[in-house]
Design a protein around this ligand. Structure first.
Ligand SMILES: NC(=O)c1ccc[n+]([C@@H]2O[C@H](COP(=O)([O-])OP(=O)(O)OC[C@H]3O[C@@H](n4cnc5c(N)ncnc54)[C@H](OP(=O)(O)O)[C@@H]3O)[C@@H](O)[C@H]2O)c1
Length: 239
């Protein structure tokens, strides 16, 4: 492992041990439940939000199609809500942004004031065929750093990027078996996201800062299902 990466991971672990409330309570997996807003409630947002509702969190689903979000929330019971993207962004202590990459500039513009300072879990992957030029730019820049530029001030953690959404709905049945590579620059945000990754059934493995986010997408060595040990081994070979 490269010395700079080792130092980063050590610092992140140390910071996670010294978190201020409410991050410490939330990151520890104690009884406190979180309010989560999803921006996008399709395959990924709908699946992850549903698992988090089952885990006891309160979730507000949002998209540009409120009736879909209302129907989803109605199926999940009283801890599930539906709202506009602005309502969900205001509701969530933590946000899941899970939209086609081409929608991120609009989200940054429309929700920018609400995203500033918020922990944002970013599942979004750039595909030029679907998302156009913004995807080419994001791939060139590195997708973690690109998301940070499009959602300024958000405390971004990349996670859930290269595992199919149907697996995301089943992982809690065999918790911890599969690792989830995550990347982020903000230790508190990483700790909070790690808890939510565990609630979905994966063992989070911090592979580095947002610059490492470029490896958290389909088509990289970290994509697909790996044990936590395998993820650590693969990540150590990347730069
Ligand atoms: N599918 C997978 O297995 C998988 C796995 C890992 C990562 N990903 C990535 O995660 C992201 C989401 O994937 P997905 O499969 O969940 O996509 P999806 O099923 O197409 O869902 C996208 C959601 O985003 C909403 N949306 C789109 N533009 C929006 C906007 N401007 N504001 C608010 N909501 C918006 C859509 O609803 P409306 O159109 O009604 O607004 C929909 O609810 C993508 O970037 C994808 O590449 C997918």
């Amino acid at each position: 492992m490269k010395p700079a990466r080792r130092e980063f991971l050590k610092a992140a672990a140390a910071a996670a041990l010294a978190l201020p409330a409410p991050f410490a309570r939330a990151a520890s997996g104690s009884e406190d439940k979180l309010k989560i807003g999803t921006i996008g409630s399709g395959n990924v947002g709908g699946t992850l939000g549903s698992v988090w509702v089952k885990a006891g969190h309160e979730v507000m689903f949002s998209s540009r199609t409120l009736e879909n979000d209302k129907a989803l929330a109605a199926k999940l019971g009283p801890r599930a809500h539906a709202g506009t993207p602005r309502e969900a962004a205001a509701f969530g202590e933590v946000l899941l942004v899970s939209v086609p990459y081409g929608s991120l500039p609009e989200i940054g513009k429309e929700l920018g004031d609400l995203l500033r300072g918020k922990v944002v879990i970013d599942t979004c992957n750039p595909f030029p065929g679907r998302d156009g030029d913004i995807a080419k730019w994001a791939r060139e820049k590195g997708v973690g750093l690109a998301s940070a530029q499009l959602l300024p001030g958000a405390r971004i953690v990349r996670a859930f990027n290269a595992i199919g959404s149907s697996s995301m709905g089943e992982a809690h049945e065999r918790p911890g078996r599969v690792g989830m590579p995550i990347a982020g620059d903000d230790a508190e945000a990483v700790a909070l996201a790690s808890r939510l990754v565990r609630d979905v059934g994966y063992e989070p493995v911090l592979v580095g800062g947002l610059a490492m986010g470029k490896y958290l997408m389909p088509g990289t060595p970290l994509a697909g299902e790996h044990t936590p040990a395998e993820i650590r081994r693969i990540a150590a070979t990347l730069k």
